[in-house]
Ligand binder design. Structure first.
Ligand SMILES: *Cc1c(COP(=O)(O)O)cnc(C)c1O
Length: 484
């Protein structure tokens, strides 16, 4: 094995800011006051909040040290399946920080916001081009909110036809947000079992689809990293019964610029701009989950919508069939700027990102399948799913493998998801990792497999070299210790 990435740099302990500093210490100095002090100011000030008194250096060290406890895409490989933790080029941050964009206020008159509105209008157009679905709203603040919006649009469409349907089909590989969004829209989820190949079978869909079913929510490629090969037949069956197809586009990183989503028979698709279109994410947001829809569904999109009229860009509420407003103002604008910047930077090469992402995942799958059991041994898209079957004899579990990986300087993959694979280890390398880094990951995974055979006991204590060692996962979630 090659030299490990190294994980034993200096890690400083760091107290809370309240435990740092000293009374009267300050991070700035003001010139002496040249007017008399006013009792009004003193009365208003009172005792003030209990903020610590700190010097500039106290503050700088505090936050620098905290940042060193963190692991991010900027510090190492982060192969978290379904989350597309690709490297986010710094130029996107730079564009989002441009004063004209960063300090533009959503309440500014539209005449003074032409640049921002044009950018949003153009971004809608690019996303329509990339997906093949012609109408777009940028409002939803996350993929899950995109799902909610999309299901509301589907309900509104069916209602406009005088229909009210009560169920929706959702494959057993779906992300948990799919049934959650359906439930919020008053639809009952009907689980669809995937077949032995890990994909949907047309027979199963034909058996379950009926006139009380609003449609199907499908992720393609699905969360096993497999392309739904019969998708066109599946969507035809749904349409034939008057249903619509919701596409969960969280896995767009495998197919952007390559697959025309409308041709698959998808009526609504959400994109996770923060995953596929390069915005740093994790820790709960902010995100952006635009939805792209067919012409037939356009009238139902949320308002306001960004439109162009006589060479001017406007926000229009003039869509009487709209499902209404889903977010304050027009969505998470800063994320839209980053996606716009990313798309312009990639230009006509956008599809290459997907090609490399798929190549990298297949390389990892082929390089590790003799030491980790593959749930479905067939070509994958941008991620591949192993499990801990081969390690079970040594009583080493997926959790142990994930914890051990941290000691070698890699963020663990997604584990125990998708639920249909027991002990799943879901690896998504993304296109931005170099061959050397991917080889180092493969070497490390192979070393861990060997350790599991030869020295399994140590696994239950891993990780030891990190700031926080092995946690009781349940207690850590229920009683979080926030002081480090
Ligand atoms: C991430 C993800 C979602 C939800 O998106 P958020 O932006 O986290 O709300 C939905 N489906 C799949 C497959 C995902 O990976």
């Amino acid at each position: 094995m090659k030299e490990p990435v190294g994980t034993t740099g200096l890690i400083f302990n760091e107290p809370l800011l309240w435990e740092r500093g000293a009374k009267g210490r300050s991070g700035f100095s003001l010139p002496p006051r040249d007017v008399a002090s006013s009792h009004v100011a003193d009365d208003l000030r009172g005792d003030g909040p209990d903020f610590p008194d700190l010097s500039e250096l106290d503050v700088v060290r505090h936050f620098t040290r905290l940042s060193q406890w963190n692991f991010g895409v900027d510090s190492g490989m982060y192969p978290l399946g379904s989350c597309t933790m690709k490297y986010n080029p710094k130029t996107n941050e730079r564009q989002a920080g441009l004063p004209g964009l960063a300090v533009s206020h959503p309440l500014l008159p539209q005449e003074l916001s032409q640049g921002a509105l044009k950018m949003m209008f153009d971004l809608q157009h690019y996303l329509a081009e990339i997906t093949g679905l012609p109408a777009v709203t940028l409002q939803p603040a996350a993929g899950s909110q995109g799902e909610l919006t999309g299901m509301m649009v589907i309900n509104a469409y069916l209602q406009s036809k005088g229909e009210k349907r009560s169920k929706v089909l959702i494959p057993d590989t779906a992300h948990g947000t799919n049934p959650a969004s359906a439930t919020l829209c008053g639809l009952k989820s009907v689980a669809v079992k995937s077949n032995e190949q890990g994909i949907l079978s047309t027979e199963k869909i034909a058996e379950l689809m009926d006139e009380d079913t609003a449609g199907l929510m499908v992720t393609n490629p699905n969360t096993l990293g497999l392309f739904e090969e019969d998708i066109q037949k599946v969507t035809e069956i749904v349409h034939a019964k008057g249903g619509l197809v919701y596409g969960d586009g969280a896995n767009m990183n495998a197919i952007m610029g390559i697959v025309d989503i409308q041709k698959l028979g998808v009526d609504v698709l959400h994109l996770n701009l923060h995953k596929t279109f390069s915005t740093p994410h994790g820790g709960g947001g902010p995100g952006s989950g635009p939805i792209c829809v067919t012409e037939a569904l356009e009238p139902f999109l949320p308002v306001p919508r960004v439109i162009e009229k006589d060479g001017k860009y406007l926000l229009s509420e003039d869509f009487p069939q709209s499902v209404g407003k889903l977010h304050a103002f027009y969505g998470n604008f800063g994320i839209l700027v980053r996606a716009y910047s990313y798309i312009l930077t990639m230009g006509a090469d956008l599809h290459k990102a997907s090609q490399y992402a798929v190549l990298n995942a297949n390389y990892i799958k082929e390089s590790l399948k003799d030491v980790y059991h593959l749930a479905y041994d067939r070509p994958c898209m941008h991620e591949c799913v192993f499990n801990d079957k081969l390690q079970a004899a040594h009583k080493v579990t997926t959790l142990d493998i994930a914890k051990r990986l941290m000691e070698y300087g890699f963020h663990p993959p997604t584990i125990y998801f998708p639920l249909v694979v027991q002990g799943a280890i879901m690896v998504e390398p993304t296109e931005t990792e170099s061959k050397e880094t991917i080889d180092a990951f493969i070497d490390t995974m192979r070393t861990i497999a060997q350790e599991a055979r030869e020295n399994p006991e140590q696994f239950h204590e891993a990780p030891q070299t990190t700031k926080v060692k092995r946690l009781d996962e349940t207690a850590a979630a229920r009683n979080p210790c926030l002081t480090g």
